[in-house]
Design a protein around this ligand. Structure first.
Ligand SMILES: [Zn+2]
Length: 373
């Protein structure tokens, strides 16, 4: 089933986040100012309302302790564990919205959008400007394989797509143009995101300081695995935080990599996609910082729950895969990535919640006996 952007926007505008959360056992409390409150027990084990905020104007939630948050769909997927489609259906029932009917017009719209995205990716690729990605240590072969490109901006893309029969209205609906009718991406290095042979989103990396956000997606809410179509079935997959890391690693000969566009983005939907490729082993290599380590653990947990045997590759403080590969080479990278079985990492993490005096309690909980005591 397909849901248009308009449908999702309308749905989210009708949702009451307090109601969604309390339905799923989260305690909520109305506030008098801009926010309502919730108890951030599900993410941080909190027992009071100090950290959980629901912004009334957007109905988005956020935990101030771990920065976790998003809209109601995000909550149902990441906290409750629903699939995207189930989350949308659940909310639609809740607010009394009919599910969209798939009709010929809708299918035609999707086909036009697919074509526009494909032509866009080709157009950016043909600019033959790979300067930024080359400067990050990605090889030309890899850039060509992934159809990387460059967005000059202005209205060059618009002019091109109009010459191919697209109208301004269509291109605006597809989000390829901004409100001024100019190209959404300007001065950006581009990686098109393919899933099953189709371009489903575009990633644009800022190449000049001060020119908007660093990472910009055309849509940003599409479930993707970078390089999905190249993942070899049954082979161990390496998961990175970003496209840059994935493509740098591939340039150094480490293949079968993927990424989900951020340290905290991996969901059970991604795990399902990997299972479709018969992947049963995964190595997670995120940045050597707090968000990276936290994200790697959460990713490992989801993979592990999906019966994908997982290793966590921890990097030294402040370093990321691309940096180590480019500055120190493959050999050093392999040495530095201490790939540890997820179960071991999990046990260590559990254990660290206990004080020295409580170790017996922990062991009892794990039904283990401390020998000789
Ligand atoms: Zn939290």
């Amino acid at each position: 089933m397909h849901f248009s952007r308009e449908y999702i926007d309308e749905l989210l505008s009708r949702v009451n986040m307090m109601e969604v959360m309390s339905r799923h056992g989260v305690q909520v409390k109305a506030g008098s100012g801009n926010n309502n409150y919730f108890i951030a027990d599900f993410c941080c084990g909190k027992k009071d309302f100090d950290n959980g905020r629901i912004r009334k104007s957007t109905q988005n939630y956020k935990c101030r302790a771990c920065r976790n948050g998003g809209n109601a769909i995000h909550f149902l997927r990441n906290v409750v564990g629903m699939s995207f489609i189930d989350a949308v259906k659940d909310l639609a029932t809740m607010v009394g919205m009919d599910l969209p009917e798939e009709d010929g017009k809708e299918r035609e719209y999707q086909k036009r959008r697919e074509l526009a995205l494909k032509l866009t990716a080709d157009f950016y690729h043909k600019q033959n400007n790979f300067d930024y990605f080359l400067s990050r240590g990605i090889s030309l072969d890899v850039l060509k394989k992934y159809k990387a490109g460059y967005a000059p901006g202005g209205r060059v893309l618009r002019d091109y797509l109009e010459s191919q029969g697209f109208t301004k209205q269509e291109l605006t609906e597809f989000k390829l143009l901004n409100q001024k009718g100019l190209d959404k991406f300007f001065y950006r290095a581009i990686i098109p995101i393919f899933m099953n042979g189709k371009v489903v989103d575009l990633y644009g990396r800022q190449v000049r300081e001060g020119n908007g956000v660093k990472h910009l997606y055309l849509y940003g809410d599409v479930t993707f695995l970078g390089g999905y179509d190249f993942i070899e079935p049954g082979k161990m997959v390496t998961i990175y935080e970003s496209y840059i890391d994935q493509l740098v690693a591939e340039s150094y000969g480490i293949s079968n990599g993927t990424n989900v566009g951020g340290a905290s983005k991996f969901s059970s939907d991604h795990a399902k996609l990997l299972k479709k490729k018969a992947i049963d082993k995964g190595l997670v290599i995120f940045d050597g910082d707090n968000p990276g380590r936290k994200g790697a653990y959460e990713t490992g947990k989801i993979l592990n729950e999906s019966n994908i045997e997982t290793w966590i590759g921890d990097l030294p403080d402040g370093q990321d895969p691309a940096e180590i590969l480019n500055q120190e080479g493959l050999e050093s990278f392999r040495n530095k990535v201490a790939g540890r079985p997820f179960r071991k990492v999990q046990m260590h993490r559990d254990l660290s919640q206990y004080s020295v005096d409580e170790i017996e309690e922990y062991l009892a909980e794990k039904k283990l006996k401390l020998e000789g005591s």
